[in-house]
Design a binder for this molecule. Structure first.
Ligand SMILES: NC(=O)c1ccc[n+]([C@@H]2O[C@H](COP(=O)([O-])OP(=O)(O)OC[C@H]3O[C@@H](n4cnc5c(N)ncnc54)[C@H](OP(=O)(O)O)[C@@H]3O)[C@@H](O)[C@H]2O)c1
Length: 241
C-alpha cells in the first residue's frame, strides 16, 4: 500500500545522530523507518517501522528493504547514517578484520542500501543523504579504514548523483565534526581526551548536537533543495574552515 505521507528510511536510527534524524523527520510529518544491528536496538529509534539489518550484509539489506516496501510501498528519502569507527592497526602481524568491518559498514552499507532502495524511490522527488564525516575531507594517522571509507562515501555520493540525475533523484552528503554521541564518547576515551578540552579546538566553542545534523538533512530532503546534488556539507563548528 502506498502512503500519501513521505517515507524516510534511516540506517543506524537507534542512537545518536540516527535517533535525532528519526525524531526530526517524524516532527516534520514523515513516516519513519529505521534499522540497527539488533531488533532491540532498532526499537530504541521510536520509528514507525524498526527492524534489524546489518547494512554491510547485502542479503540483510535486501530483506530489510522488502519490509519497508511491504509496510509503506516506497522510500522518498534514504539516509545512510549507520557508521562504525575504530583504530585499525598497520602492524603486519595483525589481521584485517577491523578494516573490513569499518569499510563494510561505512562504505559498502551506503552502496548496498542505495542500489537496492533506488527502485523504491520516486522519480523527480527522491533524495539520498549520506552521513560521512570531516574525516571524508582530511586524514588522521590511526584511522586509515574510517578515513578511507568516509572519503569513499564522498566519491560514491558524487558518482551516484550523476547516475540518478536523469531520474531527478538527488544525492548529497553531510560531513559532521565532533557531534555529541556514543561514537564521539568512544573516540574521546580512545584519545584520553574530554569534551571540555576538545571543544576549545572548535571555533564555535562547542560540539555539534545530533539535532543540528538532523536539521541539515531535513533541508536537503526538502523541495527547497531539489537543485542541489552531488554536494558535501560540512557541519563541524568551523574546524575545517
Ligand atoms: N559523532 C560524531 O562525532 C561523528 C562525527 C562524524 C561523523 N559521524 C558519523 O555519523 C553517523 C552516526 O554516528 P553516531 O555518532 O550517531 O554513532 P553512534 O552513536 O555510535 O550510533 C551508530 C549507529 O549506527 C548503527 N550501526 C552500527 N553498525 C551498524 C551496522 N553494521 N548496520 C546497521 N546499523 C549499524 C548503530 O546501531 P546499534 O545501536 O544497533 O549499535 C547506531 O544506531 C556515522 O556514520 C558516523 O560515522 C559521527
Amino acid at each position: 500500500m502506498k502512503h500519501e505521507k513521505k517515507v524516510v528510511l534511516i540506517t543506524g536510527g537507534s542512537r545518536g545522530i540516527g535517533r535525532a534524524l528519526v525524531q526530526g523527520f517524524e516532527r516534520a510529518g514523515y513516516l519513519t523507518a529505521a534499522c540497527a544491528t539488533s531488533r532491540e536496538s532498532a526499537e530504541q529509534s521510536g520509528a514507525d517501522l524498526s527492524f534489524q539489518c546489518d547494512v554491510s550484509d547485502v542479503q540483510q539489506v535486501k530483506t530489510g528493504l522488502s519490509l519497508v516496501q511491504k509496510r509503506f510501498g516506497k522510500i522518498d528519502v534514504l539516509i545512510n547514517n549507520a557508521g562504525a569507527s575504530g583504530t585499525n592497526s598497520l602492524d603486519p602481524e595483525t589481521d584485517d578484520n577491523l578494516w573490513h568491518h569499518i569499510v563494510g559498514v561505512n562504505l559498502n552499507g551506503p552502496y548496498f542500501m542505495s542500489k537496492y532502495a533506488l527502485p523504491l524511490m520516486p522519480d523527480r522527488t527522491g533524495k539520498i543523504i549520506n552521513v560521512a564525516s570531516v574525516l571524508a575531507l582530511k586524514g588522521v594517522p590511526d584511522q586509515t579504514a574510517y578515513c578511507a571509507a568516509k572519503h569513499g562515501v564522498l566519491g560514491l555520493t558524487r558518482a551516484l548523483s550523476h547516475a540518478v540525475a536523469p531520474r531527478g533523484i538527488t544525492v548529497n552528503v553531510v560531513c559532521p565534526g565532533w557531534t555529541r554521541t556514543d561514537m564521539a564518547q568512544g573516540r574521546m576515551q580512545e584519545l584520553g581526551l574530554t569534551e571540555e578540552s576538545l571543544k576549545t579546538s572548535v571555533p564555535i566553542g562547542r560540539f555539534i548536537e545530533p539535532s543540528e545534523v538532523a536539521q541539515l538533512a531535513l533541508y536537503l530532503a526538502s523541495d527547497l533543495a531539489s537543485g542541489i546534488t552531488g554536494q558535501s556539507f560540512t557541519i563541524d563548528g568551523g574546524v575545517l574552515a
